[in-house]
Design a protein around this ligand. Structure first.
Ligand SMILES: [Zn+2]
Ligand SMILES: [Zn+2]
Length: 280
């Protein structure tokens, strides 16, 4: 095994470029990532303690910069843990505000149903083949524990109005359809803008779309640059701002509920789409 292309999350030589990835972590999160994501591999380098945001639990506390050698894929995945958490937490706190403004939402809670779980590369592969997929968030009525609607959260550094296109991996489309078919409930995709200012992860704003609307805005399906995975590309105008979410006239209506019970959203819907990509 040559050491220059060793990836701690693969726990093997990967035969491609690796990088020394810096993560500012508190002691507890460093231990958790080390054992769950990095196969017990300790950081190759650890810096001086500073007071900053931990990039995994997102708390402001004493952290140390710690470095692991990772392939570019694993580097992106690991960096995404904190960003995904920030996105989900942001939606929950915005929802709490919205509940105060709109009486009809008072009894509806958003629960995390697919929490961020650090995993090694191998564990991730077998987990992604599992049929038991869950949405990121599930809205539940506090009075009777009934599930009302589902939310899948995507994060990115840009605001919707600054995007030329919105990209959704075909793997994500399949994931959404899997949990949709399992629950048959109204389902929304949220884009949360999450930026990194210096070393701090900051959520900024959020937008949403009903999954039944998405295929109308699908412009293209193509391979992601430098990767084998394909993605669907959407006109970002399909999204509306989070402030409009609970005030929408159809929200929580019987009509929307019935549609989810009777139809399946297409998600991608362009003429001449790549015949190799099958969602069903
Ligand atoms: Zn932490
Ligand atoms: Zn890797």
């Amino acid at each position: 095994m040559s050491s220059f292309d060793f990836c701690a999350r693969h726990n093997s030589s990967v035969g491609k470029k690796t990088e020394l990835k810096q993560l500012n972590l508190c002691d507890q999160c460093a231990r958790e990532l080390s054992s769950k994501a990095f196969n017990g591999n300790s950081p190759v380098k650890t810096g001086e303690e500073i007071r900053a945001q931990c990039q995994f639990c997102l708390e402001e506390k004493p952290v140390r910069p710690r470095f692991w050698q990772l392939c570019t894929t694993c580097s992106r995945v690991v960096e995404g843990y904190g960003i995904s958490k920030a996105g989900v937490n942001y939606l929950i706190s915005r929802w709490t505000e919205l509940r105060k403004l709109h009486r009809h939402l008072q009894d509806i809670e958003l629960k995390i149903t697919d929490p961020v779980k650090p995993m090694s590369y191998r564990q991730h592969l077998s987990a992604s083949r599992s049929k038991k997929v869950e949405p990121d968030l599930t809205a539940i009525c506090r009075k009777n524990d009934q599930k009302l609607f589902l939310i899948e959260v995507k994060t990115g550094p840009n605001a919707i109005q600054d995007m030329k296109e919105f990209q959704l991996d075909i793997g994500d489309c399949k994931h959404i359809l899997r949990f949709f078919k399992r629950y048959r409930l109204p389902t929304y995709v949220f884009h949360v803008q999450v930026v990194r200012e210096q070393e701090t992860i900051k959520p900024k704003d959020a937008w949403w779309v009903d999954v039944f609307e998405m295929h109308k805005y699908c412009k293209d399906i193509r391979g992601r640059p430098k990767e084998y995975r394909a993605a669907a590309y959407y006109d970002p105008s399909m999204f509306r701002h989070i402030s409009e979410f609970p005030t929408e006239s159809k929200f929580l209506s019987q009509e929307v509920k019935r549609r989810a019970e009777q139809e399946i959203p297409r998600l991608i819907g362009i003429q001449g789409s790549n015949p190799r990509i099958k969602l069903f």
